[in-house]
Design a protein around this ligand. Structure first.
Ligand SMILES: Cc1ncc(COP(=O)(O)O)c(C=O)c1O
Length: 385
């Protein structure tokens, strides 16, 4: 099987991820931070190791500013609901995933107003439009780093600078970039970054991270046991315990630590270049196939390694099924949980067929996808599919 669905979750993982998950359960299966016996301490060390690996990758000095969650959605909910209160205003874009839009629509019921800044048909947002939307009560700007539909990269430095100049928090949804695109969080003007552990960071599903910059005031959205301050009936106010109530996904985080370790050893630039080269191959070939429409920016520098297409006027789900059943190629079709992004690029009915290569994707696999798309397109033209 040719796996081209890394934007949904990366697969396969480095071998060390599998062994570390197993090892964490077999050898260090105690509850971290809940006791002082040796195995509990070893389990706690796995968590700390994961935080330290993340700090190295993102150039963050305090490991406790890396909060473990269960996925990007969980991180976004904590960041959004922990920041906003009744009467606040928040700015976002029309390229967001439902993991941003749905929490914001829910908060509308609680008196929190949202402005959705429209992107153009390539998914590009003009930072000036974001600045024009700022009101005296704007507390948060939240944007994706890269669209999961078109792969469009957002001008995050400009948006972050605007947010800083107006004293507004900037929350970045790095679901499609964390791990695959180098990010120096000591320099970027971002306050909160939501990341999946299970995509570009190469960890298991059920892992996510929220980075909280020093000085950011964020309420917790759940309370419970932390293994610390057990004499108190109140949630601890120190990090990471304030935001990590309940037993964590220790095996998943052990795997995540191994995933990030792999990226550090292999080299993030190398990963990025590999994916960009594959993306170029896809784009060059697809642009020459009659009947194929490519979405997103034409400039490769404004893309993150996601290639969304349609073939003639066929429903994207039909193409995904053909690719899977006849060619054994795994892609994703339909609306990718981002209905507003599909409105923006005009694919609300058709959806798009999304190819998302990863660190382990080979050149031959990309060539096989190109051959398959060419053949499908020709067959549709002569009506033999
Ligand atoms: C841009 C974006 N944001 C958020 C999410 C949600 O991620 P998760 O499944 O880790 O919650 C995704 C998932 O594909 C995404 O692409």
């Amino acid at each position: 099987m040719i796996y081209m669905d890394n934007a949904a979750t990366s697969w396969p993982k480095p071998n060390t991820v599998y062994t570390r998950v197993l090892q964490s359960m077999e050898k260090y299966g105690a509850n971290p931070g809940r006791s002082s016996h040796t195995m509990a301490v070893e389990a706690a060390n796995l968590l700390l190791y994961g935080r330290e690996m993340l700090c190295q990758l993102f150039n963050v000095s305090d490991p406790f500013r890396m909060i473990f969650t269960y996925n990007t959605t969980d991180s976004l909910n904590l960041a959004i609901k922990g920041t906003l209160k009744e009467g606040d205003h928040v700015i976002t874009t029309s390229m967001e995933h439902n993991s941003v839009i749905r929490p914001l629509m829910h908060l509308a019921n609680l008196g929190i107003e949202t402005t959705i800044v429209p992107a153009d048909s390539q998914g590009l947002v003009d930072p000036k439009d974001i600045e024009k939307s700022i009101k005296p009560n704007t507390r948060l700007i939240v944007t994706t780093h890269a669209s999961n539909v078109t792969g469009t990269l957002m001008p995050i430095e400009e948006i972050g600078t605007i947010a800083r100049n107006h004293g507004i928090y900037y929350l970045l949804d790095a679901a499609q970039t964390a791990g695959s695109l180098p990010m120096d969080l000591s320099k970027l003007p971002v306050d909160l970054v939501a990341m999946p552990g299970h995509k570009g960071l190469l960890g298991p599903q059920g892992t996510g991270v929220l980075y909280i910059r020093e000085g950011v005031d964020l309420n917790q959205i759940k309370e419970g046991g932390t293994g610390s301050l057990s004499e108190s009936i109140y949630q601890p106010d120190f990090l990471p315990d304030r935001y990590e109530a309940g037993t964590l996904n220790t095996p998943g985080i052990a795997g995540l630590g191994a995933g990030v370790e792999y990226i550090l050893n292999y080299g993030q630039e190398k990963i990025m270049n590999h994916i960009t080269n594959l993306e170029k191959l896809f784009l060059n070939a697809f642009s020459q196939i009659e009947g194929v429409k490519i979405y997103g920016p034409t400039n490769i520098k404004m893309r993150c390694g996601i290639i969304s297409i349609n073939i003639w006027d066929r429903d994207s789900r039909e193409i995904v099924n053909i690719l899977s059943q006849r060619y054994n190629i795994a892609t994703r079709g339909s609306l990718h949980c981002s209905p507003l992004a599909h409105d923006t690029i005009g694919t609300k009915e058709q959806g798009t067929v999304r190819f998302s290569p990863g660190v382990f994707t080979t050149l031959d696999e990309v060539k096989a996808c190109i051959m398959a798309v060419g053949e499908i397109s020709r067959k549709i033209k002569i009506r033999s599919i």
